[in-house]
Design a protein around this ligand. Sequence first.
Ligand code: UFG
Length: 324
Amino acid sequence: MSILVLGGAGYIGSHTVYELIDQGHDVVIVDNLQTGFKELIHPKAKFYQGDLRDKEFLNEVFDREAIDGVIHFAANSLVGISMKEPLEYYDNNVYGMMVLLEAMKKHGVKHIVFSSTAATYGEPKQIPILEDSETSPTNPYGETKLAMEKMMKWCEKAYGMSFVALRYFNACGAHPNGKIGELHNPETHLIPLILQVPLKKREAISVFGTDYPTKDGTCIRDYIHVCDLADAHIKAIHYLLDGNPSQIINLGNGEGYSVLEIIKAAEQVTQQSIKTVLCERRAGDPAKLVACNTKAQEILGWNPKYTSINEIINTAWNFYTNRK
Ligand code: UFG
C-alpha cells in the first residue's frame, strides 16, 4: 500500500511516516520544508520537495506514484500568527486543500485522512468536548481547518471521496527511538518551551494567566502523545480503505492537566527545578479543553498507549537531550 503524506517532514507527519514504514507501507512525502525539517524525514520514504499549492508539481507527483490514500498534515498551525496574518492561513490551508482535492479527483484517489484540531470548537460550552459539540472557532487557524473539513464533506457528496478528520487536542512528546521529536521555529508550545529551561536555552518559563476558573488558576489542556496520534492516522486510513464512511473524530487522552501541573511533571522528569514567571493571559486561550475520546475507541479501535504525563514528557526530554 502506498500512502502520500503531505507535511511528512513536520512534527506529527514525521512520526506517522515512521509508523507507516515500520508497518511495511510505501510512503511518498510532499513537503515544502517551510516549517518542516529535513532531519525528520524517514530515510526510506520517497521525498518530493514542493508546495501543494503548485498544481503542476502536485499533479506530477500523482502521475508518477500509484497512491492508495492520502494523509494531509501540510498546513499553517499557529493560533497567534493566524490572528495577525489570516490571509496567509486561508491561502496555505484552504487553497492548499482545494488544489489537493482537485488532484485527488483527477487521479481517482478517494481516501483522505486530515489533520484537524480542537481549535474548530472555539470556547467550549461543555467539557469533555464531543464531536457534535458546537464549532465556533475563535481564530483564523481553527476557522480554516473547519473550512477544510467542510470542503471534504462536499467532495464526498459530489465525487464519492471519503475522509476522516482527526481533531487533535495538544500534541506532545517524541518517538521513543530518540531520533525524531517536536521541532518548531519559532517554538510556541508549552512542553518544548518548559524543557528549554533545564536544557539551558531559556532562563524561565512564562505561565500565561493565573486567574482562569480552574483548580489552580492556569489553563487546562488534554496532552496526547504524538505516537498515539500517528497510530490513529494509520487506523483511519485502513478504516477508509476498508470502505467505511467518513468521520470526524477527536484525539485526546480525555484527561486535563494545568500549566502548573505540566511544569511540576517536567521537574520530576528532568530532576531539576524549573524557574517559572507568572504572566498575563495570552489572547485567545480558552480556560479548559479536554476531549471525549470514546468515538475514536469505538470507530477506530484506538486507545492511547501513553497515558502518564511523566512518561510523555520523558520521551520529549529524551529527544532533546539526544540532539544537544
Ligand atoms: N502556555 C504558557 N506558557 C508558554 C506557552 C504556553 O503558559 O510559554 C500555556 C498556554 O497559555 C496554554 C497551554 O500552555 O494554556 C498550552 O499552550 P500551547 O501553545 O502549547 O498549545 P495551545 O493549547 O495553545 O494550542 C494547541 C495547538 C493548536 C491547537 C490547540 C487546540 O498548538 O494548534 O492546541 O487545542 F489549535
